[in-house]
Design a protein around this ligand. Structure first.
Ligand SMILES: NC(=O)c1ccc[n+]([C@@H]2O[C@H](COP(=O)([O-])OP(=O)(O)OC[C@H]3O[C@@H](n4cnc5c(N)ncnc54)[C@H](OP(=O)(O)O)[C@@H]3O)[C@@H](O)[C@H]2O)c1
Length: 276
């Protein structure tokens, strides 16, 4: 792979939160960053304060194959490679399992899981041709520990964890590396954009649901900035042999470690004390 400082990076969901913080950090380090948003009609470019790095924002909806095809075509017209793909776009739908319609469940998976699948399938042919590449999927601690009233969000991230582990083995033979970052609560636009299932505020689960949501929102709004997650992404980019996953933040690392050691019933007790 060429020197880090001239690498081409594609980050989905770079208009806000973790994606935006990552895009600006990489641009300042000299990367050619293509960030995406559904909300822009045409590209806009910001240049790094020093050096040749830039951030070009281009339109993309990871739920639309046509939008993905246009995005990849655009980048490959501008650049000769796509070196790093960061699958960051995502959102959350909250509500009890019983209150979740199939359409709501699918909508959650369409962005958080199928969106990543579509993006990987779109860049892999180019990465195989280059004989190198790096894919970083932004998962979540909720992809390792399931959270009540966020079951579809957790399920979409558990599915992402499973796909990422398999993909990593499959594409190693082509010189392509795959890794995940698992953020815990992070202060971003995620909280304000969380959707609720259609009858979550008017169902037999509503009282517990509301308490649970209040806890989640308070924790997210009091959480650290995306810096911890950006640092984990940088660690992966700078590694010759990136790990399968990095859980961002010391307390979450401990939590994930304890989940593997402690009996499942104990973990369930703790999670239900926090959220239910
Ligand atoms: N914040 C947390 O506590 C937390 C914890 C664990 C994991 N995460 C994960 O971190 C990632 C980033 O989230 P964030 O916290 O930074 O949230 P955010 O501030 O709401 O940013 C989400 C980004 O995703 C983009 N997006 C959403 N749906 C999209 C779609 N269909 N196609 C393309 N882009 C789409 C949004 O862009 P536009 O709306 O401009 O298109 C936005 O830039 C997500 O995968 C999330 O699951 C977050």
């Amino acid at each position: 792979m060429q020197n880090n400082y001239s690498k081409v990076v594609l980050i989905t969901g770079a208009s806000s939160g973790i994606g935006k913080a990552t895009a600006y950090t990489l641009m300042e380090k000299g990367f050619k960053v293509y960030g995406t948003s559904r909300k822009i009609a045409s590209e806009t470019t910001v240049k790094a304060k020093k050096g040749n790095g830039f951030l070009k924002m281009i339109p993309l909806d990871v739920c639309s194959q046509e939008s993905i095809d246009n995005c990849i075509k655009y980048i490959l017209k501008e650049e000769s490679s796509i070196d790093i793909l960061i699958n960051n776009a995502g959102f959350g739908i909250a509500g009890s399992v019983e209150d979740t319609s199939f359409e709501e469940a699918f909508k959650q998976f369409d962005t958080n899981f199928f969106g990543v699948l579509r993006m990987c399938r779109a860049v892999l042919p180019k990465m195989r041709e280059q004989k190198n590449g790096l894919i970083i999927n932004i998962s979540s601690v909720a992809g390792l520990i399931s959270i009540p009233y966020q079951s579809m969000y957790s399920a979409s991230k558990y599915a992402l964890e499973a796909m990422t582990e398999a993909l990593r083995i499959e594409v190693k033979q082509f010189g392509i590396k795959v890794s995940m970052v698992e953020p815990g609560d992070t202060k971003t636009g995620f909280t304000a954009k969380r959707e609720y299932t259609h009858n979550s505020l008017n169902s037999v689960y509503s009282d517990k649901f509301k308490k649970s949501i209040k806890t989640m929102e308070r924790d997210e709004q009091n959480a650290p900035s995306p810096k911890l997650v950006v640092n984990a992404i940088l660690k992966i980019i700078n590694s010759d042999n990136p790990p399968i996953r990095i859980t961002a933040g010391f307390s979450y690392k401990i939590l994930v470690f304890l989940k593997r050691l402690l009996p499942s019933r104990f973990v369930e007790y703790v999670v239900s004390k926090i959220y239910s």
